[in-house]
Design a protein around this ligand. Structure first.
Ligand code: DQA
Length: 144
């Protein structure tokens, strides 16, 4: 089974970006953890980061034929992107939304996710472990 992990805008700056909110670990550190877990679960993971809404949508469309599940942190597009929501609905793959921070405990605009209604579930506020939990959940769901 092949799972796409999509990292949205500004997550390339993890480690130096508001470390009091997002921690000091980098996106590369996160990907290392995910690849290691994927190996132990015997699933394949591909990770992709983009700051561009269109590139994230293209990646979702490409996943339609090559992947069996998606983990996505859409960054601030969570709160604004009908287009990413529609792309997730269109590809019909089990998708889990992950946020490093607890979006429900921050500014009011962050507590609304346009993405959550088309996802299997949402994990927020647990830092990088949230991605590992999402990967385990997808693997279980896919019967791996
Ligand atoms: C985030 C939360 C979003 O509100 C924010 O815009 C991000 C990161 C998170 O992982 O906590 O870029 O998705």
């Amino acid at each position: 089974q092949h799972i796409l992990v999509l990292h949205g805008p500004n997550l390339n700056l993890l480690g130096m970006r508001e470390p009091e909110v997002y921690g000091r670990e980098t996106l590369a550190d996160l990907d290392v953890k995910l690849y290691a877990l994927a190996e132990s679960l015997a699933v394949r993971v591909s990770s992709f980061q983009s700051n561009s809404e269109g590139a994230l949508i293209d990646a979702l469309h490409n996943a339609r034929l090559t992947c069996s599940g998606v983990i996505i942190n859409p960054g601030a597009y969570t709160h604004s992107s009908y287009a990413i929501r529609d792309a997730i609905a269109a590809i019909n793959l089990p998708t889990i939304e992950v946020h490093l921070s607890n979006i429900h405990a921050r500014e009011a605009f962050r507590s609304t996710s346009l993405i959550a209604p088309v996802c299997v579930g949402q994990i927020a506020g647990l830092g990088m472990i949230g991605y590992e939990l999402a990967l385990r959940a997808l693997a279980t769901r896919l019967g791996v």
